[in-house]
Ligand binder design. Structure first.
Ligand code: NOJ
Length: 736
């Protein structure tokens, strides 16, 4: 061989060798994510791309149906390898058997192993759960207060810490996609999902949505803003019934919490299962693409809600066939179908639609590309597996944060004659259906979907908390609320009665309550106790405001709203009742007198005829001390209105106050809310202490949608004189 030939041969050998060795761009973590996505897409078949647009329930991999048990090799092979399905989920209550941290970690690892080792391109699988108040499907995980209670803390930093902790637990078990937080508003307490929201106000809710997103995603777990958009205002208050939203209220009220979550970097969004203004959101190109992507700039993944493309045919009846529904929905902007059971039919239909040109290939690349992007963002290609030991270690009874959250949520509604804290009580009677029933403190989404298994979660009940936490010399006696005789006998010896009432757990439509009433026997119990003549302290475990017949309004001398406080209910309530913690919760919703007033929010338009006042207004909550305000100055800066307020603790105990800043609008030619929350801050003060704080109200909180009835404009700040209010104090500021 001539020299030149030898040289050429060596060159060819080197070149081919380096080609074989070089890893593909998509596997190279030093490459930018966009390049990795493009590279991977370029290697994928149509079927593989469609697989990435599909999510199935984990039970499909166990029984090919609803049954739970060990994962089956042939089902893993069929769905993950042959069909290339890219994501799996646990619907409420679904998990490994047995339900332990180890089994969760082993389950997600096993799924991952098949996806990586047997899948042609080694694309990792992504596992989704509804961890809406802790890792709540997992037996052994601490349960935190549901969002409504978290909202009553008015403490975004605390909510962020809770979310971060939940994120760590999710990470450790390989469940990296959380279908939380709910960014819907709770503006109709009849609705069965009211407690999943952060309440009625878009600033408060938006701050807590953003805090949750930050906390979860700091642990590389994807947050999901759900359910985009308008899900919280079902007509008549029943879950998933149609919503009718004026474009003006969509822009001013419903979108802002989603926008806050997007600004915090939320990676995914779930579509609203219901309809808005006559169009199911799963079929709305306007909402899913023009508004969400165009106006709001969202770049991540839109996932459908559970089986909701099917609902376009069967429930909404807007599509004649499943194929029509799929085309409508995917073209409108749904990237991933959460199709728990019928993936084969979906994949087949999707493929036919693409081949027939009814879904553009570019749309498939866009949707599948977003899913891959998400997987890269989560580091799944680099860190696909979890350490079982780590999962076992982290899911242990770490309950300090849960207790802090419960403490800060508890809201004191009444306290006649300083009944609380219970300092002069020797014998305390504890009763009521919620006193020792763990399921009632946990609420829905606790171990299983409806929360019927919630007692399996770690937790301390009110009764246990009072028994353990009673000061020396205080006797805590329990009487079964169904045993009238025992009740009367125990009450005779008691100085006060703590009665725990509330709702049995529920989720979604099963939780609709059109009257806001408790079961009749709970009112009867209150009447019976009233007849015994002892001071009554009422503790409410509920996911919504409740109504009381007028004869019972003032029966309890003290009322504590505990919401659905989770694992640490008993210890937190004991601290509040016995005065070791000064309650600081403030209502994140308006508490109506009667549900006939609903929808009834503080930011409603002005009433022509004065309405009956609410029982308790938005933002309300008492303390064991008192606070006074002095509004010092207000000025407009280019992006905000800044207000200085002096807050003073005028009572005899240390305590926390939530300072709330509202604005009233000038006359502008169209209706404006009576008031709108524009800023808030939580302050701790020693007795007698005063502090000056600066409240910064972002300018966009002063924005309204101008124009006539069908105005499609986006909100802007209109010039005029705005009146700011803190407590009873007001000050005007001119905005140009
Ligand atoms: C239906 C619910 O509407 C949604 O909030 C949840 O994330 C999915 N099911 C998955 O469980």
């Amino acid at each position: 061989m001539t020299r030149i030939w030898r040289f050429a041969l060596a060159w060819v050998v080197c070149f081919v060798g380096s080609l074989a060795l070089a890893q593909p761009i998509y596997k190279d973590p030093t490459q930018p994510v966009e390049k990795r996505v493009a590279d991977l897409l370029s290697r994928m078949t149509l079927e593989e791309k469609l697989g990435q647009m599909t999510q199935i329930a984990v039970s499909k991999l166990m029984s090919d149906g609803w049954g739970l048990g060990p994962l089956k090799a042939e089902l893993l092979e069929r769905y993950l390898v042959q069909r290339g399905i890219g994501a799996v989920l646990s619907g409420g209550g679904m998990g490994p058997v047995p339900n332990t941290p180890r089994a969760w970690a082993e389950m997600t690892n096993a799924i991952q192993r098949v996806a990586l080792e047997k899948g042609r391109l080694g694309i990792p699988s992504l596992y989704g759960v509804d961890a809406v108040h802790g890792h709540n499907n997992l037996v052994g995980a601490t349960l935190y207060p549901h969002n409504l209670g978290l909202a009553a803390t008015w403490n975004p930093a605390l909510v962020e810490q809770v979310a971060r902790r939940v994120g760590q637990e999710l990470r450790a078990t390989g469940t990296l996609w959380n279908f939380a937080p709910v960014a819907d508003l709770g503006r109709d307490p009849r609705w069965g999902r009211f407690y999943e929201t952060f309440g009625e106000d878009s600033l408060l809710a938006g701050s807590l949505v953003a805090a949750t997103v930050r906390g979860l995603q700091a642990t590389q777990v994807a947050a999901t803003l759900k359910h985009f958009v308008g899900y919280g205002q079902p007509l008549g208050g029943t879950d998933r019934s149609p919503a009718f939203l004026a474009p003006r209220s969509l822009q001013e009220v419903w979108l802002p919490p989603f926008r806050a979550g997007l600004e915090a970097g939320a990676l995914t969004v779930m579509a609203n299962s219901g309809s808005v203004n006559g169009v199911p959101v799963h079929a709305s190109r306007y909402l899913l693409t023009e508004v969400l992507r165009g106006q709001m700039g969202f770049k991540g993944v839109v996932i459908s809600d559970w089986n909701d493309i099917d609902k376009l045919v069967n429930d909404h009846k807007v599509a004649a066939t499943f194929a029509d529904a799929v085309a409508l929905s995917i073209n409108a902007g749904v990237d991933v179908y959460m199709v728990p059971m019928e993936a084969d039919r979906y994949l087949q239909t999707l493929k036919e639609l693409v081949e027939a040109g009814r879904i553009p290939r570019a749309r498939v690349d866009e949707a599948a590309g977003r899913v891959l992007w998400l997987k890269f963002q989560l580091g799944l290609f680099e860190r696909p597996y979890v350490e079982v030991a780590e999962a076992e270690k982290i899911i242990e009874a770490q309950r300090t944060l849960a207790k802090q959250a419960a403490l800060e949520s508890i809201t004191l509604l009444e306290n006649a004659a300083f009944t609380l804290p219970l300092t002069n009580v020797r014998t305390l009677l504890v009763t009521g259906p919620a006193a020792a029933d763990k399921t009632m403190q946990m609420g829905g989404w606790s171990i299983d979907w409806q929360g019927k298994e919630g007692a399996k979660a770690p937790g301390i009940t009110l009764l246990e908390g009072l028994q353990k936490g009673a000061p020396k010399g205080v006797k805590v006696a329990y009487a079964d609320p169904r045993d009238a005789r025992a009740l009367a006998a125990t009450a005779r010896a008691a100085d006060a009665v703590v009665v725990a009432l509330g709702e049995k757990p529920y989720a979604e439509s099963e939780g609709n309550n059109l009257s806001g009433e408790l079961p009749a026997e709970q009112y009867k119990l209150l009447r019976d106790l009233k007849a015994l003549g002892k001071p009554i302290v009422l503790v409410l475990f509920a996911g919504r405001p409740l109504v009381f017949p007028p004869d019972l309004w003032l029966t309890p001398k003290a009322i504590l709203m505990a919401y659905l406080p989770g694992s640490e209910a008993g210890s937190a309530l004991a601290d509040v009742l016995f005065g070791r913690y000064n309650p600081s919760g403030r209502l994140p919703f308006t508490w109506p007198r009667l549900f006939a007033q609903v929808p009834f929010t503080y930011d409603r338009y002005p009433d022509i005829y004065p309405k009956a006042e609410p029982l308790y207004p938005f933002g309300y909550g008492l303390s064991y001390t008192d606070f006074a305000y002095r509004l010092q100055a207000a000025r407009a800066t280019p992006n905000a209105v800044e207000v200085d307020v002096e807050v003073r603790n005028t009572g005899k105990r240390a305590g926390s106050d939530v300072v709330q800043l509202y604005t009233r609008f000038p006359p502008l030619g169209f209706l404006a809310p009576r008031e709108r929350l524009v800023g808030f801050a939580k302050v701790n003060l020693e007795p007698g202490q005063a502090r000056s704080i600066k409240l910064i109200a972002p300018l966009d909180r002063f924005a309204l949608v101008p124009g006539d009835v069908f105005s499609l404009e986006t909100p802007r700040v209109l010039p005029g004189r705005y009146v700011l209010r803190v407590g009873e104090q007001t000050v005007a500021v001119d905005l140009r």
